[in-house]
Design a protein around this ligand. Structure first.
Ligand code: PLP
Length: 467
C-alpha cells in the first residue's frame, strides 16, 4: 500500500493517509476511517474541504465527496449546512485505542538535597537567550548540516581555551569530543576501549552505580577500588582502565592528594593503563586554591571529562572529553551513526564561554554555594556535638557526606525520617561496590533548593538529622 501524504497550501493540513492511491471513493473512505480510528484525525477536528483534498491528492472532487458522504452515513464525519465538515465524536471507549498505562509522575521532593543537582532557578536565562540570539543571527545555513561528530569547532575552540585557563587541561580542539552528558561520554569510552580489547575497569568504591552500569552495559566488568583520605588506593588498581574523581571524590568528597596523583600517573604509565578523570564539579572549590586537573599532568594517559550539568543544568546534556591523541579516532568512531548533540545548545555554550558570561555565572554560583555551605555547616555543627556526626568533603563541590555515628540512627532510619518530612537525600549504602560492612553515611547535595527556599529546606533537613 502506498503511503501518501495529503499536505499542501490547499488543505492547510498535514495529514498522513495510508491510501492505496486507487482513485475510487471506497479506498479513500477506508484511508480516512483508519486516520480517524488511530487518532491522526481527532474527534471534533476539521477535515479538509472536498475541493482542497481533491487538489492535494490529484483526484476528482466527486470521489472525495462520495467518500465523505459514506463516512457521514457511518457516523465518522459530521456535515452541517454552511459549516466545515468535522470528525464526529462517535467512538465509544471500546473502539478507542487503549490509553497507555499511566506512569507515576516523577516525584518532586519538597526539600531537595539530592546530590548532583545545581540550583536550577539560577540558570542564566538572559545570557543564554542573548547567546542563542547571536548564534541564530550569524550562523551560516551550511552549519545546519550533520556537521562534525566531535561537535562544532566553535565550541571546541572555546572549551580548549576555558579548560586550559580554569582547569589546567592541556588539549586542542581536535582532541575534544562534545558528548550528550558524561553518561554518553562514559559509554563511548567504554565501547572504544572494549573494541581495543579492554574488558574490565576500576571504579572508586564508593561511586555512583549509574556510571558503573553504563560501563557494564558496554561490555566491561567493574572492579571496586577503596578510597581513603588521600584518594583512590593506587596499589589496589587491577584493570587496564580506571575511572576517578580526583578534584572531589564522588560521593566521599575527598580531594586526591598531590603524592597520590603522582603515584597514580606513575603506575598508569608503567602498566599502560588509561585513567578517566571525571571532573564533574571541579569549578567549585571553596577553601583552598583550585586544584588543577590530573589530565594536565599526563595528557597522553588521562582522558579528561567535564560537564555542564553542575555549572549550568543537567537538561542541556552537554559534556566534553579531552582525549589522548591515540584515542580520538576510536572514540569519534563511536560517536557517528547520528549520535550528534543538539547543535544550537552546543553553539550557545561556546558563545557563553567566549563572551565571559559562563565565567561570571560560575563565579556567582560559587559565591552562592559557599554561603549555603557555611549555613549548612553551622547547622550540622550543633548536631555533631550532640550526636557525633562528621561532615566530610566540604572543601569543594555541591555536596557533602555525613558520616553517621555507629551508635546513632542507621542510614535506613534517617532515610525514613527524611521521607516523612519530604526531604530527599541519599544513603551511602547502595553506592558501595564491594560487599560487606561499610561505614554508614548520608550524602547531602545543598545546591538544588531555590534561593528563597534554602532556609526552610535547611530547617527540614536538620530536623531529619536530629532525632
Ligand atoms: C560523579 C558524577 N560525574 C558526572 C556527572 C555528570 O553526568 P551528566 O553529564 O551525564 O549529567 C554527575 C552528575 O550527577 C556525577 O554525579
Amino acid at each position: 500500500m502506498t503511503r501518501d501524504r495529503s499536505s499542501s497550501p490547499e488543505s492547510g493540513l498535514d495529514l498522513h493517509l495510508d491510501w492505496s492511491g486507487r482513485p475510487d471513493s471506497g479506498a479513500l473512505a477506508e484511508a480516512l476511517r483508519a486516520a480517524i480510528r488511530d487518532g491522526r484525525l481527532a474527534a471534533g477536528s476539521r477535515v479538509p474541504s472536498t475541493r482542497a483534498l481533491a487538489h492535494d491528492l490529484g483526484i476528482a472532487r466527486g470521489t472525495v465527496t462520495r467518500a465523505y458522504v459514506q463516512l457521514g452515513t457511518e457516523g465518522f464525519l459530521l456535515s452541517r449546512q454552511g459549516a466545515p465538515t468535522t470528525v464526529a465524536d462517535r467512538l465509544r471507549s471500546g473502539e478507542r485505542p487503549e490509553p497507555a498505562a499511566p506512569r507515576p509522575a516523577p516525584r518532586t521532593p519538597r526539600w531537595d538535597f539530592r546530590p548532583g543537582r545545581p540550583n536550577l532557578s539560577a540558570f542564566p536565562r538572559k545570557d543564554w537567550l542573548a547567546a542563542s540570539r547571536r548564534i541564530l543571527r550569524t550562523m551560516p545555513a551550511d552549519d545546519l548540516d550533520y556537521g562534525d561528530p566531535q561537535g562544532p569547532l566553535a565550541l571546541r575552540e572555546a572549551l580548549t581555551e576555558y579548560l586550559r585557563r580554569a582547569r589546567a587541561v592541556h588539549t586542542s580542539p581536535d582532541r575534544l569530543i562534545v558528548c550528550n552528558g558524561y553518561s554518553e561520554a562514559l559509554s563511548l569510552i567504554s565501547r572504544a576501549l572494549h573494541a581495543r580489547g579492554v574488558t574490565s575497569v576500576d571504579f572508586e568504591d564508593p561511586s555512583l552505580p549509574h556510571f558503573r552500569t553504563i560501563a557494564e552495559d558496554n561490555g566491561m566488568s567493574v572492579h571496586g577500588v577503596p578510597v581513603d583520605d588521600g584518594g583512590i588506593d593506587v596499589s589496589a588498581l587491577r584493570s587496564p582502565a580506571a575511572v576517578v574523581t580526583p578534584a572531589h571524590q564522588f560521593p566521599l568528597g575527598v580531594t586526591m592528594r598531590a603524592q597520590r596523583r603522582t603515584a597514580l600517573i606513575r603506575a598508569a604509565k608503567a602498566d599502560g593503563r588509561i585513567i578517566v578523570e571525571d571532573d564533574y564539579d571541579g569549578e567549585f572549590r571553596f577553601d583552598r586554591r583550585p586544584v588543577g586537573s590530573l589530565q594536565g599532568m599526563a595528557p597522553d594517559t588521562v582522558i579528561y571529562a567535564g560537564t555542564a550539568s553542575k555549572t549550568l543544568a543537567p537538561a542541556l546534556r552537554i559534556a566534553w572529553l579531552a582525549l589522548p591523541a591515540r584515542l580520538v579516532e576510536p572514540v569519534r568512531e563511536m560517536k557517528t551513526h547520528g549520535r550528534y548533540g543538539p547543535l544550537f545548545d552546543q553553539l550557545a555554550l561556546g558563545e557563553l564561554l567566549r563572551s565571559g558570561a559562563y565565567d561570571q555565572h560560575v563565579r556567582r554560583s560559587r559565591a552562592a554555594y559557599r554561603a549555603r555551605r557555611e549555613q549548612l555547616l553551622e547547622g550540622l555543627d550543633g548536631l555533631r556535638t550532640r550526636h557525633r556526626r562528621y561532615p566530610a568533603g566540604i572543601s569543594a563541590g555541591l555536596h557533602l557526606t555525613l558520616r553517621l555515628a555507629p551508635d546513632g540512627p542507621s542510614e535506613q532510619e534517617i532515610m525514613a525520617r527524611a521521607r516523612s518530612r519530604g526531604v530527599e537525600l541519599e544513603a551511602l549504602g547502595p553506592w558501595w561496590v564491594r560487599r560487606g560492612e561499610h561505614p554508614p553515611g548520608v550524602v547531602i547535595g545543598y545546591a538544588a533548593p531555590a534561593e528563597h527556599a534554602f532556609r526552610p529546606a535547611l530547617e527540614a533537613l536538620l530536623d531529619t538529622l536530629d532525632p
